[in-house]
Design a protein. Structure first.
Length: 278
């Protein structure tokens, strides 16, 4: 009989947030699959537990996942944990869950800490409908393409970000969503120096231009107001092409038309560039 994979959330900053049920699952599992065993051992020490562990992370998930699946199919039970938060959420644990689903192994999720829901709940922004975008692409061009696609998103948007990339991400958010879009910058959630800055994207840019970003961040951005009409993209494109025929350079034509029609300059410029190349 196959064993079972347990998805066990771990504290995102405060060890006191581990639940009794999560602790019981960790104690009862045959082994623990951990993102970083050095981090997980601290939690186990806090719980006064000693358990066999194996590493499972994005650099070894293919080989380690296959090995864990074999053990599960052999009847063992495994508790999957990340360094912080809920396994399989913006995490390679999703691949292991898919393997288990395909391999006939039962998966049980234990409720618990998750940075995205904590940030959303304290953001002060609408929570009824939201989209979780996780970490944006590392490549600048791909990151901007992703954000441009969200320019007209009406749901609240949630992003994870590392401190060394925060300034660049705020700049890209300002370009894609506009500097006046409401934003909650949630830093070091549940930790000693927790901070929630409820502001605008432009004000967040200024804040972190003067202050070095430190800690882990969750960004919660307001969606485009539903009552606000979407900018006239077709009209802007037609106007830009008219300006081009009048002799204006491509960038200047895109900038002027974008301002007149209230659309994003970069998106309009890219549309025109594609048309001219085609």
């Amino acid at each position: 009989m196959a064993g079972k994979l347990y998805l066990v959330p771990t504290p995102i900053g405060n060890l006191g947030d581990i639940s009794r049920r999560a602790a019981e699952i960790l104690e009862g599992a045959d082994f623990i699959a951990a993102e970083d065993t050095r981090v997980t051992v601290k939690l186990l020490n806090h719980l006064e537990l000693k358990k066999p562990m194996t590493a499972y992370h994005r650099h070894n998930c293919e080989t380690a996942g296959a090995a864990i699946l074999r053990r599960l199919q052999g009847g063992e039970s495994c508790a999957l944990v990340t360094d912080a938060g809920t396994p399989a959420i913006s995490d390679p644990g999703e691949d292991l869950v898919a393997l288990c689903a395909a391999g006939g192994v039962e998966v049980e999720a234990i409720p618990g800490p998750c940075a995205l829901t904590v940030a959303l709940s304290v953001s002060g922004l609408p929570t009824g409908r939201f989209t979780f975008e996780g970490f944006l692409p590392l490549n600048k061009k791909n990151r901007r393409v992703r954000l441009d696609a969200l320019a007209d998103e009406t749901r609240t948007m949630i992003f994870y970000e590392a401190p060394h990339k925060l300034r660049a991400t705020l700049d890209d958010l300002a370009d894609a969503l506009g500097p006046d879009r409401r934003l909650a910058v949630c830093r070091e959630l549940t930790k000693l120096h927790e901070e929630v800055l409820r502001t605008t994207i432009g004000e967040a840019q200024a804040h972190y231009a003067a202050q070095e970003p430190r800690g882990e961040f969750v960004l919660v951005a307001a969606g485009r107001p539903a009552q606000e009409e979407a900018p006239d993209g077709d009209g802007a494109l037609a106007r830009a092409e008219e300006l081009r025929r009048a002799g204006l350079p491509l960038k200047q034509a895109a900038a002027q038309a974008a301002e007149e029609f209230g659309v994003k300059r970069r998106g309009l410029y890219n549309q025109m560039l594609k048309r001219e190349r085609d």
